[in-house]
Design a protein around this ligand. Structure first.
Ligand code: FAD
Length: 436
C-alpha cells in the first residue's frame, strides 16, 4: 500500500480530532486526508435554531484546528460524498459508524454509491464506548433492563482512547468549499462550541465536581453535573476519553453509570428503531391521551403554575438545556398531569435542546411515560411540589428562571393549571384500563 492516494474522512457526529478511531484508521491507509462535512437538510430541519447554531460553532472550531481545510458541501450525501471523493481521486471514505435510524439508511445508500464507483467505505468506531448491538444477553437477545446491561457493558469493556490529533496526517486542500453558514438567531445562551471547550469543561469538572457528583447530580440549584451533553451529542469529545479519566470513587462510579444510560438507549434504538416514534411497550398503544393544545402551549411556555415545572421549561428556552431531574419532572407532568402524548413533549425538547439526541431523548421520554424499557413503574407519578422541595430546597433554581417568584407577592404568576391529586387518579384509572 502506497499511502499516497488520498482518502476522505467524512465527519458527522465526531467533530473533534483527538481520540478519533476513524481518523487513526484513515491515517493507516493514507497520509493525505480530505476532511469533509455535508450539510444535510434532512438532519438540519428537525433541529431547532440552538442546535444548528451550536453545530456551526463546532464546525468553525474544527476548521480552525484543520488550518482552514474543512470542506463543506450541502446536499444529498449519496450524491455529494461520491462527487467529492471522485474529485480528489480518493481510494476510500472513512467514517465513524452512525447508529441512528436515519444515519443507517443514509450510510447504506452512500456505501452503495461509492462501491459503484470502486471507492471503499470504511467504518471505524462510533459515538459510543461500546458500539450499539455489541452487548447482548448470552442467548443473543438485546437487554431490556438497564442494570444487567450495565453489568454486561462493563464486562465487555472498551478500547483505550485513540492517540490522534491534528498533525497525524496531511490535510488535503479542499478543491472548493462552502462557507460555514452564519448561525441562525438562537435566543438561547449557548455553551462555547468545539473540542477545546469540551475538554476544558471536562478538566474543570474533574478538578472540582466529580467527587460530589453522586450526591449533587440531582440538585438543579447546584452546578453538580458535567454539562457535557452537547459536546457528546456532536462528538466534540468521545465517551472513551471520559471513561479513561474516571477512577473508582462514588462520584466516578455514578458518572460511569450515567454515561452507560446513553449507551443503553442507543442500543435499544439500534435494535428497535421504530421506538423513535412508537411505544416500546405496545400495551400503551391503547392508552387514552387528551388533545389539549392550549394546555400544551402553557407547558411549553412555562406557565403551568407549578414553579419547578415552569423553571425547567424556561431554562430550556433560555439555555437550550435543562437539568436531568427537572427533565424528568416536566416530562412526568406533561404525560401524567396533562395526559398528553409523550411524543408532543419529545418534539418540543428536540426543537430546543442543544444536546437533542434521538436515542437519549425519545427513550428517556418513554421511560418517564412508563411505556419504555426498564422497570419504571407507571404508577410512580412525580408530585411537582414535593419534587421541588426535595431537589431545590431553598427555591434558588425556581427564582433564577421564574422572576415573578422572586418577590413574596408572586404577582403575575399563574395559579396551578390542574389539581395534581385529581390528575394522578385520572392517570391511574387510564393505566388500569390498559393493564387489567
Ligand atoms: P451528566 O449528569 O454530567 O452526565 C454525563 C453524561 O451522561 C451526559 O452528558 C449524557 O451524555 C449522559 N447521561 C446522563 N444521564 C443520562 C440519561 N438519563 N440518559 C442518557 N444519557 C445520560 N440527554 C441527551 O444527551 N440528549 C437528549 O435529548 C436528552 N433528552 C432527555 C429527555 C428526558 C425527558 C430526560 C428525562 C432525559 C434526557 N436526557 C437527554 C438525559 C439527561 O437529562 C441529559 O443527558 C443530562 O441532563 C445532560 O446533562 P449533563 O451533561 O450535565 O449530564
Amino acid at each position: 500500500m502506497t499511502r499516497e492516494a488520498p482518502v476522505v474522512l467524512w465527519f458527522r457526529r465526531d467533530l473533534r480530532l483527538g481520540d478519533h478511531a476513524a481518523l487513526l484508521e484513515a491515517s493507516r491507509h493514507s497520509k493525505h486526508v480530505l476532511a469533509l462535512y455535508v450539510l444535510d437538510e434532512k438532519l438540519l430541519k428537525p433541529g431547532g435554531a440552538p442546535r444548528e447554531a451550536f453545530l456551526y460553532g463546532c464546525l468553525e472550531k474544527l476548521d480552525e484546528q484543520l488550518g482552514g481545510r474543512l470542506m463543506l458541501v450541502r446536499g444529498e450525501p449519496a450524491v455529494e460524498v461520491v462527487r467529492v471523493a471522485r474529485s480528489v481521486g480518493a481510494a476510500a471514505v472513512h467514517v465513524s459508524t452512525d447508529c441512528g435510524p436515519y444515519g443507517r439508511r443514509r450510510d447504506a445508500s452512500v456505501a452503495k454509491a461509492l462501491a459503484d464507483n470502486n471507492i471503499d467505505w470504511v467504518e471505524t468506531g462510533s459515538p459510543y464506548a461500546v458500539t450499539p448491538g455489541r452487548v447482548t444477553k448470552p442467548d443473543g437477545d438485546p437487554y431490556r433492563v438497564f442494570t444487567p446491561f450495565y453489568r454486561a457493558w462493563t464486562a465487555h469493556g472498551w478500547r483505550a482512547p485513540a492517540d490522534t490529533g491534528p498533525s497525524l496526517v496531511d490535510w488535503v486542500e479542499p478543491p472548493r468549499s462552502l462557507k460555514i453558514p452564519r448561525p441562525p438567531r438562537a435566543d438561547a445562551e449557548l455553551p462555547e462550541p468545539g473540542e477545546r471547550a469540551a475538554l476544558d469543561a471536562w478538566h474543570a469538572f474533574l478538578d472540582g465536581g466529580v467527587e460530589t457528583y453522586d450526591t449533587d447530580r440531582d440538585r438543579p440549584d447546584l452546578s453538580g453535573t458535567t454539562r457535557l451533553s452537547p459536546y457528546l451529542r456532536w462528538g466534540c469529545v468521545h465517551p472513551r476519553t471520559l471513561l479513561a479519566d474516571l477512577g473508582d470513587g462514588a462520584g466516578a462510579k455514578s458518572l460511569r453509570s450515567e454515561l452507560c444510560w446513553r449507551e443503553f438507549h442507543a442500543d435499544v434504538l439500534w435494535h428497535r428503531p421504530e421506538t423513535a416514534r412508537e411505544n416500546y411497550d405496545r400495551r400503551f398503544d391503547g392508552m387514552e391521551y387528551d388533545d389539549d393544545h392550549e394546555a400544551f402551549e402553557r407547558w411549553c411556555a412555562g406557565r403551568t403554575g407549578f414553579p419547578i415545572v415552569d423553571a425547567g421549561m424556561r431554562q430550556l428556552l433560555a439555555e437550550g438545556w435543562m437539568h436531568n431531574r427537572v427533565r424528568m419532572i416536566v416530562a412526568s407532568f406533561l404525560v401524567k398531569d396533562l395526559h398528553l402524548p409523550w411524543q408532543w413533549g419529545a418534539r418540543h425538547f428536540m426543537k430546543h435542546l442543544v444536546d437533542g439526541d434521538l436515542a437519549s431523548n425519545q427513550l428517556n421520554w418513554q421511560w418517564v411515560a412508563g411505556c419504555g424499557t426498564d422497570a419504571a413503574p407507571y404508577f410512580r407519578i412525580f408530585n411537582p411540589a414535593t419534587q421541588g422541595k426535595k431537589f431545590d430546597p431553598d427555591g434558588d433554581y425556581v427564582r433564577k428562571y421564574v422572576p415573578e417568584l422572586r418577590s413574596a407577592a408572586g404577582t403575575d404568576y399563574p395559579a396551578p393549571m390542574v389539581d395534581h391529586a385529581h390528575e394522578r387518579r385520572v392517570s391511574l384509572e387510564r393505566y388500569g384500563r390498559i393493564t387489567s
